[in-house]
Design a protein around this ligand. Sequence first.
Ligand code: SIN
Length: 312
Amino acid sequence: MTFTAQIGNVTFPDIIYNSSGPRCTTPEELVALGNSESSAIMMKSCSPEPRTGNPEPRYKEVELGSINSIGLANHGYKKYIEYATDLKKQFPDKPIVASIVGFCHEDFLQLVEDFQNEPNVDVLEVNLSCPNVVGKPQIAYDFETSDELLEKIFTISGNKPIGLKLPPYFDPVHTASMAEVLKKYPISFITCINSVGNTLIIDPETEQPLIAPKWWLGWLGGDYVKPVALANVRAFYKLLGDRMRIIGCGGIKNGVDVFEHLLAGASMVQLGTVLWKEDVECFGRIQKEFYEYVENKGYTSVDEVIGNLKEL
Ligand code: SIN
């Protein structure tokens, strides 16, 4: 069994691909994704200018996941346009997704416009949830600013599907408020969730925090965040599932985790921490586990699973 997926006019050969973050910044990492079983090549969130990001140490793995404060280290969006051109030649059947970030509305608008005009990029994911920039709040926690920005973004012409990377919401009132904003725009998908923010992990041996930036606070991925991710996927599926695709991201490290995200309402999933930990081999392994699991359960199509959580 294989499952293809559609976002707007773009066909993905499978439902599992990488999240923007781990192992997708350099040309070598992007080629490795192209050569892997990932169903797309998602590029690192890029900004108008290159950024070196936050001071090291800024990423650590722990038993239950990972903590990071990378600070949007990237080569600047013009480089990602060049990388996409090379990648498209090598991997013509794999969708290329640009992840876009900015520090003011004009940044976002410039990048959306330039990527809309870039023939080698297929899909745009606008990152409204970058957690790690000193002194900058996450846009998606400010509903009025999100609304203003989206209104401007959707005046830019172009036929590439546009989606949003959202942070986790922890209060149903906030989820509903964001859904009301999102309903107003022709958004193709939302990715739920970015890492869970402002957390502190202490090493009792050294008596130190694990990472240096931003008062040692970092953003969690991995096992720690799966229940939060599932709750956000489910809530947005209920609120918006008839209008846009929900992409699940958070705590997926095996085929059963993919199944749970689909039951909650995701129609595709992205891998983050497991990709840091295991490298690109994780795609083939998790795909195989997922197919075996759903086949053993008697499913014949992914559509039978999506959103069909058996509610109590
Ligand atoms: C980072 O580069 O700090 C992470 C970006 C993100 O998670 O949006």
